[in-house]
Ligand binder design. Structure first.
Ligand code: PMP
Length: 317
């Protein structure tokens, strides 16, 4: 089924275009082999300031460059050009509520497995949708451990935000859904906790926040690092990056996913084991509240994480 409400405009290869014109040919490498890398970003609306704020723009552009570097793709635009593209697109669509948007660097038509610009078209596009918080943000989801293993670094590195990695995500997500669960927890090749199909994982045990290290076959999540910093520096909570065993999930006090799209998503049960008392825990709720306040421009100290879209405010990102 088609999505019912597409936005009016997309951005493709340097300009704003009407949504139906943002197309690539079926013979493009991005279609045939999923040869693209991307970012999933959010912009948050401040009703008080009538302003839309892009969250951690610089960090996302840096990761986009890192994904391109590993995949031997040239980034066709500068960071300033991409930032202007985001602003132009969000303005063109007149968003006045939360937005999720996706800049994509793709290989178009050319030689298979080519990487040199003279051998293959290298382009970029950006699409953006209104995306309110998921209702489950409030009361949590029930998760499970997937039977599918996360992509490993020597096969299809999870560190690269490549569309093709999401075939692995899709297998896990669909299986969990068919079994009546929300997004699952995926283990890596070594049997340790990695991440969910589209977010990173954190748990609380005895007042300490624990999350898998970046070497656990995870995406180097911007939200993960943001929450680590906020826990340590703003809430005075210890955070440890270490491997997590499967059975630790069953005795954790709190568990949650984090990501630009997932935001801070509480998990209240794993494999039918209640997490803690089966309700959203206090350290999950505190970080969620702080994260949302910062994203909406309510905390002066962190306004430098925000890039204003309409220019009604003074934040700089
Ligand atoms: N892991 C995967 C597989 C993801 O798709 C995402 C979402 N981009 C994340 C983790 C979270 O990353 P971030 O916080 O940078 O959005």
């Amino acid at each position: 089924m088609a999505k019912t409400s597409n936005p009016e405009f997309a951005w493709k290869d340097g300009r704003i275009v009407p949504w139906p014109e943002a197309t690539v040919h079926v013979s493009a490498e991005t279609v045939l082999r999923g040869a693209n890398v991307f970012e999933g970003m959010r912009a948050y609306w401040s009703e008080a300031e009538k302003e839309l704020y892009i969250f951690k723009n610089k960090e996302h552009l840096r990761r986009l460059r890192q994904s391109c570097k590993i995949m031997r793709m040239t980034v066709p635009y500068s960071d300033d050009e991409f930032t202007q593209a985001f602003i132009d697109l969000l303005r063109a669509n007149k968003f006045t509520a939360g937005v999720h948007f996706r800049p994509v660097v793709y290989f178009g038509e050319g030689e298979s497995y080519a990487w040199k610009p003279e051998d293959i078209h290298n382009g970029a596009f950006v699409i953006a949708y209104s995306r309110p918080h998921a209702p489950s943000i409030k009361n949590g989801i029930k998760s499970c451990v997937s039977t599918w293993r996360r992509n490993s670094d020597n096969a299809s590195p999870s560190r690269v935000k490549a569309a093709a990695n999401y075939h692995n995500s899709r297998l896990a997500q669909v299986e969990a859904k068919m079994n009546g669960f929300g997004p699952p927890i995926m283990l890596n090749d070594r049997g340790e906790v990695a991440e969910s199909p589209g977010a990173c994982f954190m748990m609380v045990r005895d007042g300490v926040v624990i999350t898998p290290p970046v070497s656990a076959d995870i995406l180097e999540s911007i939200t993960r690092q943001t929450l680590i910093d906020l826990y340590r520096e703003e809430l005075g909570v210890t955070v440890i990056e270490r491997d997590i065993d499967r059975t630790e999930l069953y005795i954790a006090d709190e568990t949650f996913f984090c990501g630009s799209g997932a935001e801070v998503q509480p998990i209240t049960a794993v494999d039918h084991y209640d997490v803690g008392d089966g309700k959203v825990g206090p350290l999950t709720r505190r970080i969620q509240d702080l994260y949302f306040d910062i994203a909406a421009g309510k905390v002066d100290k962190f306004r430098h994480w925000l890039t204003p879209v309409y220019g009604n405010s003074t934040a700089r990102g």
